[in-house]
Design a protein around this ligand. Structure first.
Ligand SMILES: Cc1ncc(COP(=O)(O)O)c(C=O)c1O
Length: 421
């Protein structure tokens, strides 16, 4: 560090330089985040000092956090949103970690009675083989981290041709060491929603918790146009077996980064596990803390609160209608160059195969080659999926129809130069 501080003008010149090296979201089809709504940015600035990890000092921000949980539970079809229980996190990864941590604690708690652990129970516990979590093959990579962090085996259930989990496969993987189930509403690569109602029945049948990772789809599925065949799809608390749902304001919720929301059906679904994560906080204004992180940004709470209040359901419906219109337009433009989606998009993610379908490895290589040429030659940021050898395009609010036309024209030129079409 320099001995003397930089004058403001010099400093901001430097910041401008760094900011110029970041994306401004032009030509970005790869991101699940977008430019935050200006209302969210303004609210973030107003609460830059706020810490919801110290609730007594920031009672106002904590009230907003509670209201975010209530509003979210409400559009996630909770029968009594006031009884939902949750908090803001840094995003989908942290929400998933915490949801699985509670599953593990709940499972382990079943070995102890109210009087605490007996020697016999501890012996039983030591003899357990590794605990496991049943989840779709399409689950986000955050679950790989969770497996390492929490020492849990991931049992990956098969997926069908639409990249949705096959419920029978998930059920067949459950054994006496299973701590819970995961379903995804809007998977990362294809945007598909798993059959959560079927997973829910399985969860109830086996008395297991079911966490729905709706990090991407949480602000999309509930707001699809009524005419859409997936409008009204059941993926949240209206499925009896769903114990928790995570949604990300910093993705499709149009709020600032970091901004995730983790919501449990109620505090009692957590009661045995909550005790294990709850710690006494003698030097804070609260008696206990039961969140994974300590200091938490009240600025993110204010931002999410502001944008949710400002847009309302009507605003999110407009946003989703815009993204779905882009998705339709993208599909039409693709057909003009004889390409079609690899799987019919349910929401605003389109995947496209650029290989000949004869050899998966060759197709993967081709996809990677096209992806990197699109970036190097034309400046387009596109990603490639892992589950299938396809290019992946996310149609977020920062994308325009003009962008799509220009991108498709470049893709056509590139594929023609590679003798593909
Ligand atoms: C379905 C899903 N879950 C979880 C995550 C992780 O979210 P984050 O990067 O905000 O931690 C993502 C990120 O893309 C995701 O798509």
């Amino acid at each position: 560090m320099n001995e003397k501080g930089l004058p403001e003008k010099e400093l901001f010149d430097e910041l401008g330089f760094f900011s110029g090296a970041d994306t401004n979201f032009k030509k970005v089809f790869s991101s699940m985040c977008t430019i935050p709504h200006p209302i969210a940015v303004a609210a973030q600035q107003l609460f830059s000092h706020s810490n919801v990890g110290d609730p007594g000092l920031f009672q106002g921000t904590c009230r907003m956090e509670a209201e975010i949980i209530r509003m979210s539970a409400s559009f996630l079809n909770h029968s009594d949103p006031n009884t939902a229980f949750g908090h803001l996190t840094s995003g989908g990864t942290e929400s998933n970690i915490e949801a699985v941590l509670h599953m593990k604690n709940r499972f382990l708690s079943s070995f102890f009675d109210a009087d605490g652990e007996t020697e016999n129970q501890l012996n039983q516990l030591n003899q357990l083989s590794k605990l496991n979590l049943v989840l779709p093959k399409t689950a986000h990579f955050s679950f790989e981290k969770i497996a390492n962090l929490l020492d849990i085996e991931l049992k990956k259930a098969d997926i069908d041709s639409k990249f949705k989990v096959v419920p029978e496969s998930a059920e067949s993987l459950i054994d006496e060491n299973t701590i819970g189930l995961i379903g995804i509403a809007g998977n990362t690569e294809f945007g598909s929603c798993d059959p959560i109602d079927s997973l829910s029945e399985i969860a109830v049948r086996h008395d297991l918790p079911l966490h729905v990772d709706a990090a991407f789809g949480g602000f999309i599925y509930p707001f699809l146009p009524e005419s859409d065949k997936n409008s009204g799809i059941k993926f949240a608390f209206d499925c009896q077996g769903v114990t928790s749902v995570s949604i990300d304001p910093h993705k499709t919720g149009l709020s600032v980064i970091p901004g995730g929301v983790l919501i449990f059906r109620n505090e009692s679904v957590l009661s045995p596990s909550l005790d294990k994560i709850k710690v006494k906080t003698p030097y804070l204004t609260s008696k206990y803390q039961s969140t994974l992180t300590g200091t938490r940004p009240g600025s993110s709470v204010a931002a999410a609160y502001a944008v949710m209040k400002h847009l309302g359901a009507e605003g999110y419906r407009k946003n989703v209608a815009y993204c779905m219109d882009l998705t339709c337009h993208f599909q039409k433009e693709l057909s003009k160059i004889n390409l079609k989606p690899y799987v019919n998009p349910e929401i605003n993610i389109i995947t496209v195969s650029v290989g000949d379908g004869k050899d998966k490895d060759a197709d993967r290589e081709k996809t990677e080659q096209i992806r990197s040429r699109l970036l190097e030659k034309y400046g387009w940021n596109v990603s490639a999926a892992k589950t299938a050898p396809v290019l992946r395009f996310v149609l977020m609010p920062h994308v325009t129809k003009e962008d799509i036309t220009a991108m498709i024209s470049d893709l056509k030129e590139l594929l023609e130069s590679e003798n593909r079409i």
